[in-house]
Design a protein around this ligand. Structure first.
Ligand code: HEC
Length: 138
């Protein structure tokens, strides 16, 4: 009897592990495209645009894994806090209403990020914010 219960418990634990692995969010495939489409315009490497130098806004670059973790001027090391979506400004700024000064993208500068995409980013941060093999720019 005892043995049976133990085996059942092991089987249950195994099932949970498998489910987690399948559900893991792939940063490069699922998150990076969201950032590219909605954020890179203002949060990328310094670039020249019509002879004008465009610097990353707020000192924040999102085009590299280490840069994402480094964060910007106001919230260094708090752009993405692994395991803590509520402390991660990358997600917090997206969730703000247009009327808020810190809403990202800023009012009139892009569409709000869809709820399902925010949920995906939340899940990615909650599960440890792994970049996989992606490094991006340094
Ligand atoms: C049109 C330009 C623009 C776009 C697009 C944009 N941002 Fe920003 N972002 C800014 C500006 C300007 C600041 C500086 C903050 C301020 O003082 O208002 C900033 C600051 C930030 C900060 C604070 C950085 C710090 O530590 O100081 C975060 C986090 C942020 N943006 C995230 C995002 C995310 C995530 C996206 C995409 C969903 C995004 N931004 C899209 C212009 C933009």
């Amino acid at each position: 009897m005892k043995t049976k219960i133990t085996l059942a418990a092991i089987a249950a634990a195994f099932t949970v592990n498998v489910a987690t692995a399948q559900d893991a969010v792939d940063f490069e495939k699922q998150i990076l495209p969201i950032l590219k489409e909605n954020c890179f315009k203002c949060h990328e490497k310094e670039k020249e645009d019509n002879g004008k130098i465009k610097k990353p806004k707020g000192g924040l670059r999102l085009d590299g894994a280490a840069l994402i973790m480094k964060g910007g001027k106001e919230y260094p090391n708090e752009n993405v806090v692994a395991g803590k979506p509520d402390a991660s400004w990358l997600l917090k700024t997206m969730a703000l209403p247009d009327s808020d000064d810190m809403a990202m993208p800023p009012e009139g500068k892009g569409d709000r990020i869809a709820a399902d995409k925010q949920a995906l980013i939340k899940k990615w941060i909650e599960s440890g914010a792994s970049f996989g093999s992606w490094k991006g720019e340094e």
